[in-house]
Design a binder for this molecule. Sequence first.
Ligand SMILES: Cc1cc2nc3c(=O)[nH]c(=O)nc-3n(C[C@H](O)[C@H](O)[C@H](O)COP(=O)(O)OP(=O)(O)OC[C@H]3O[C@@H](n4cnc5c(N)ncnc54)[C@H](O)[C@@H]3O)c2cc1C
Length: 47
Amino acid sequence: MEVELDEHLETCLKGLYIIGDGSGVTHSLSHASASGVYVAREILQNI
Ligand SMILES: Cc1cc2nc3c(=O)[nH]c(=O)nc-3n(C[C@H](O)[C@H](O)[C@H](O)COP(=O)(O)OP(=O)(O)OC[C@H]3O[C@@H](n4cnc5c(N)ncnc54)[C@H](O)[C@@H]3O)c2cc1C
């Protein structure tokens, strides 16, 4: 029920991140939105 992700919420396909409940990792509004902010910051750091 969980997508396989690394600690940055990135899949084995580089640049493909999964956020929110679709990942199977988050289960609430705040957790899902925080995962979006987390990945946005991660992407910004990488460019
Ligand atoms: C009845 C109910 C009550 C809840 N109450 C609470 C609560 O009190 N507090 C709390 O923290 N959490 C609550 N939750 C959980 C919370 O709603 C979810 O954890 C949160 O909405 C997950 O956010 P998300 O952005 O990951 O997914 P979602 O909010 O589900 O957003 C996914 C979006 O993707 C869209 N979508 C789907 N497929 C496609 C497609 N193929 N193309 C384009 N768009 C697509 C959907 O239409 C949807 O808008 C509740 C959930 C339910 C069902």
